[in-house]
Design a protein around this ligand. Structure first.
Ligand SMILES: NC(=O)c1ccc[n+]([C@@H]2O[C@H](COP(=O)([O-])OP(=O)(O)OC[C@H]3O[C@@H](n4cnc5c(N)ncnc54)[C@H](O)[C@@H]3O)[C@@H](O)[C@H]2O)c1
Length: 309
């Protein structure tokens, strides 16, 4: 799909990745953003995009923003806080939003759909994990909700002619991020520069990709992959441990704190302690991660230290 002079809807476009994606698409396309601002911020929606406040769990709101004149929907809106007290809300809202958007697209004849899934659909899989790894056995409700969404997308691609691009993301980091390991460490160190609590044993090791590289890869894949159902991992080729993230954050803040570990091999129930995705399929399509995982963490940390005053 050629991403110029298209009318596109970016759901979740006031969030971290959605706001960067809307900014990338806005100069060449008619970009509309739909977000309920439950976690997103209106100020993050870029100039040049039209903003619609909409709760996508409500089919009436969905009908207002998913209209027949759209060429494509980039569906990023999701309940992304994994604090476990809200597991039911997370599962029901994520699957309801995806179903509502796809069903409305079928009704009004919009037939291109890009979706942000997650490495968590793989569960604790061998690394680097390729897209055709099976069986898919997620260990969190968040991962389960993404896998359920992927099943819905397959159905709409195969039976209702909705061409789809599904992205299984590594951890995406960057400016405007809220409630992730880097902002969490920055805020903890602002409150107490002497000690830093680290969830788990700190040896969890995952792949991080900077948000500007992430949205670059999304648009590249949408422009170059043309099957009815296109599934791609997006990540970097390397990993960063949680202790290494703590070291980078402390270094960027000019601090030398003591680390206190909560213990155990993972940060929380459902946390996959080691994650690295194969990016060979992405590379074969002509997009190579330009930075290491450590570089992505450091760039994001610099921006966030300046932002989170
Ligand atoms: N950031 C990552 O590391 C990562 C990794 C894997 C997958 N993802 C996926 O990528 C997408 C974007 O993630 P992000 O990091 O930008 O998250 P984010 O929380 O910053 O953005 C999600 C947006 O969805 C909006 N939203 C939530 N519920 C809504 C509703 N009912 N109606 C309308 N809008 C609603 C929020 O207000 C928010 O602006 C999500 O689908 C997420 O699951 C992110």
């Amino acid at each position: 799909m050629d991403l110029s002079e298209q009318s596109v809807l970016v759901t979740g476009g006031a969030g971290l990745i959605g706001s960067h994606l809307a900014a990338k698409l806005a100069p060449d396309n008619d970009v509309r953003v739909a977000d309920d601002l439950s976690k997103g911020e209106r100020e993050r929606v870029p100039d040049g995009a039209t903003f619609h406040r909409a709760d996508l769990t409500d089919p009436e709101d969905v009908a207002e923003v998913v209209t027949g004149d759209l060429d494509a929907v980039f569906h990023l809106a999701a309940y992304t806080d994994t604090n476990f007290e809200d597991d039911r809300t997370l599962f029901e809202e994520n699957t309801a939003m995806t179903y509502n958007v796809l069903e409305r697209m079928r009704e009004v004849g919009v037939d291109r759909f890009a979706f942000t899934s997650s490495s968590t659909v793989y569960g604790e899989a061998p690394r680097p994990t390729p897209e055709d790894y099976a069986p898919l056995e997620p260990i969190s409700i968040y991962g389960s909700s993404k896998l359920a969404d992927e099943a819905l997308i397959s159905t709409y691609a195969k039976s209702y002619g909705v061409q789809s691009w599904t992205f299984r993301f590594a951890n995406i980091v960057g400016p405007r991020q809220r409630g992730n390991v880097i902002p969490d460490f920055i805020q903890k160190l602002r409150a107490d520069p002497e000690t830093l609590e680290i969830l788990g044993n700190g040896r969890q090791e995952k792949s991080y990709l900077h948000v500007t590289d992430c949205v670059d890869a999304i648009t590249h894949v949408v422009e170059h992959a043309d099957r009815d159902l296109n599934t791609y991992n997006l990540g970097s080729r390397t990993t960063t441990s949680v202790v290494r993230i703590a070291d980078i954050v402390a270094d960027e803040m000019g601090l030398d704190p003591e680390y206190e570990f909560t213990g155990g091999d993972r940060g929380w129930t459902g946390d996959v302690p080691k994650m690295r995705l194969s990016v060979e399929k992405l590379s074969a399509l002509g997009w190579e991660p330009p930075n290491s995982s450590d570089d992505a963490v450091r760039r994001a940390t610099r921006d966030l230290v300046a932002e989170l005053v």
